[in-house]
Design a protein around this ligand. Sequence first.
Ligand code: CA
Length: 222
Amino acid sequence: MRVLIVEDEMRLAEDLRRTLTAQNYVVTHAKDGEDAWFRGDTEDFDLVILDLGLPRMDGFSVLKRWREAGRGMPVLILTARDSWRDKVDGIDSGADDYLTKPFRMEELNARVRALLRRAVGQSSPILSNGAVEIDTRLRTVTCEGVPVQVTPLEYRLLTFLLHHPGRVFSPAEISAHIYEEDIDRDSNAVEVVIARLRRKLSVPVIENRRGQGYFIRARGEA
Ligand code: CA
């Protein structure tokens, strides 16, 4: 899952990046409103963490412009302490949740997980299609009840597909959600990761639709 952090306070941005990377998200950072707006408008993110006080364009305006353009990714805003006005304006501008500074990274992580789940209509922190199960709190994978050791990249790929059961994604789309930007993306890399995962999973959960891409069937779907 790909997260955009919009924060001009460099120390906080670095803390956020470290925390989210440790949770196996792919993280991009924008340090001003204009850069944030452009990235959110042209790239595909699963979630945005948006500070409000930003150079060049404030967070409210960034959010309003995204929503007006039909960009619907979940947005968690960061507000100053006790600023109820910011919370109200933020939610009115299209934010999905907010967090008051200073906050604990544990709370941020829990809210991020909840927003990602809600965005795809899931309410449990455990993603499952019946055969494969991922506990997103512990970042563990089991297949038919047996633990499976996966690399961070394999985990990201599996989590991404399982967040959207039944939806087919092209290798390019998958790639955009699982690789860090500065990593050289070999055009076959997604296929290679999928081949590795298929060998590790005792059930053929990752399927492909010829010429279109890959998907994981929803629970009970024939
Ligand atoms: Ca700020």
